[in-house]
Ligand binder design. Sequence first.
Ligand SMILES: [Zn+2]
Length: 461
Amino acid sequence: MQPGNSYSRVFSVLVSFGLLTLVNAAADRTSEQGEATITGSSSTSSSSIFFPQEFTFSFTHSDPTEECTPYEYAPVTDALNSFPPVWKGASILSSDSAALAMWNSISDSIPTDIAVKVSFYASFISSNYSSSDPDCWWTYDQCITPKLTGLPPDVAAAPEPSTLGYGFDDGPNCSHNAFYDYLDSQNQKATFYFIGSNVAQWPLEAQRALTDGHEICAHTWSHPYMTTVASEDAFAELWYSLQMIKLAVGVTPTCWRPPYGDVDDRIRAIANALGLTTIMWKYDSQDADVDSGNVDGGQVTDADVVSNYNAFIQTAASGTFQTVGAILLSHEIDNFSMTEAISFYPQLKSVFQHIVPVGVSLNKTQPYVETNYSLPTFEQYVAGTLIVNSTTSSSTISSSSSSSTTSQSSTSSISSPSASSKGGQTTASKNAAYKVMDFGYGHVLLLLVTVFFWTSGLLNF
Ligand SMILES: [Zn+2]
């Protein structure tokens, strides 16, 4: 054996290590931080075999090919068999003793004399429904004050004067980095209503919402018309969306928004029993209704959305919200909705004195079941304190730290990332650990293969 061969062998191993390191560095799909940095400048449309047919992603100022390429995030992937199939209507899993116990404990309080709507359109069009609106069915007449005793009214406006309760439905969207970057650049926080199935597929994108200081509410597991869903399954829609957010992000929301606003007192009773405030809206940008391929899709043109935004801005400018603020329905569902949100933000800023997350407008300083994360009060927020953490921001959330039943989960034994804000130690170190594992196994494998070929004489350099 000549010395030169030894040197070149060592050199080749080093080069191999270097190449693998470069590959790793190019696309970190294992951490919120890595995922948040994926952006580009391409403008393309793409759909994915990993999504239902109705999902088409179209993006500008981002890299949809990379951002929307599915990845594995072990804490979620390993627990998927504890959840209903993504994008399928939820039911309580027979093996889920925590969900069954919770349902059994609340089912007596759920009204059985409010009919499950046969189907959204059939119930609506057939006029079987009494004009007195006995169920306080929002879809029928935008009722937000329940007729069933003991239920709080829905939140449909920001209580603070000249204030916009800012929020977006249907996320996390796999290509929301440019939009979240924009919000970050404006020091603007918002409320995000996450669909459980989307969180399951894009957990790191869900984590970014919390990391960036936004508020997270639930938006069901599979986005059904909730009044058409049997009570036990409606419970499952909410339950599993909460459990998935807890698993992926580390917090359990205490607010929710019904898909399509389709809620009545039966569904409100289920949400209320789960500790969830129902957040509605009075104004609708219809930004998700343009492309019928979206979950909220309908027959609306781009121009309609622009005119809806303009009308809303005009309404604000005319002083309508001087006493009580407003909530506008808008989405992070696709490039169009996010682009419109960005383009109208400066005008919204000019007509509202304050733009805040809905929870902040409600002075809801504890937005989650877990007590180690706080929102600022409205006064603190408008004075510039956008994020408030607990004194234990680097501690890992433990489900036992909460007495609320909603924190009980079949998956609660899996440690969740910290709820701390940007730079949260637990999240960072946990993700670093995954990174190190990837790095370690990959390099060890490469080393073994190299040594094998080397000693076999097949690699003769
Ligand atoms: Zn929705």
